[in-house]
Design a protein around this ligand. Structure first.
Ligand code: 3SL
Length: 239
């Protein structure tokens, strides 16, 4: 009998319905930039993040006095406290705070996955810590890429491929979906130079046009923190 667990990759939130019931753990990935910003926030002492998928919900929280980050198409939405840059979450005054966040794709993916047994947040900046934690869980794992408006993107897929590669190498996991095999091969071709590999990717170009190159470099620099954010009762907290 096969005792190894599965680690698989879903390329977009739109495809999640075809995977969902088979995995106890869902790792939501939005390398540029939502899940990186979330990990950076916890690494810098934020207490909790309430992810919401719509601007309407974000406005409601703002009216109740919450600090709210809102991003659409890479930019801060007017009227909100900050957007989705990891650097916005490194401010002293945010330490110990509960904040609300809505982004174009990342918070949508968190919303789509919210009913899974365990939902954790993945990025390059917490990759090693996350992989080591996942390895110990003995559960089936789905890496859910946030993509861009329900289209495939390279950066999330490469990060998902890195997770698959690590877990398969332990001997305790297998992948058999073609999406997972493709993600692993993309990771293998990108791993020596994420920045160069993603040079012409659509979201890197989009962010570069918004002068967000420093954000991109930060998001593509692996293992800057050990934090693993987990979704509990609609709130992200440190595991
Ligand atoms: O789509 C998202 O959730 C964002 O990460 C996009 S952006 O990097 O802020 O443009």
């Amino acid at each position: 009998m096969e005792t190894r667990k599965h680690v698989e990759v879903c390329f977009t939130p739109g495809e999640y319905e075809y995977f969902k019931s088979e995995y106890e753990i869902v790792v939501v990935i939005d390398v540029l930039r939502a899940t990186t910003a979330i990990c950076a926030a916890f690494a810098n002492g934020i207490q909790s993040i309430i992810p919401v998928s719509t601007l309407e919900e974000a406005i409601e929280y703002k009216s109740k006095g919450y600090l709210v980050g809102a991003e659409r198409k890479g930019q801060i939405v007017e009227g909100f406290d900050f957007g989705n840059s990891p650097f916005s979450y490194m401010k002293e005054e945010l330490k110990g705070q509960d904040v609300v966040l809505t982004t174009t794709n990342g918070t949508k993916a968190l919303h789509v996955a919210r009913e899974a047994e365990t939902v954790v947040v993945g990025s390059f900046i917490n990759l090693d810590a996350l992989c080591k934690w996942l390895e110990k869980q003995d559960k089936n794992i789905l890496c859910l890429c946030s993509g861009w408006q329900d289209k495939f993107n390279l950066e999330d897929t490469i990060c998902a491929g890195a997770i698959c590669e690590y877990l398969i190498a332990t001997g305790n996991f297998i992948s058999d979906e073609d999406s997972s095999i493709a993600a692993k091969y993309l990771y293998i071709s990108a791993k020596d130079n994420y920045f160069g590999y993603l040079k012409s990717s659509s979201h890197r170009r989009r962010l570069k046009n918004l002068n967000l190159n420093e954000d991109i470099k930060y998001c593509l620099t692996p293992n800057q923190t050990d934090v693993i954010p987990v979704l509990r009762n609609g709130k992200l907290v440190k595991i």
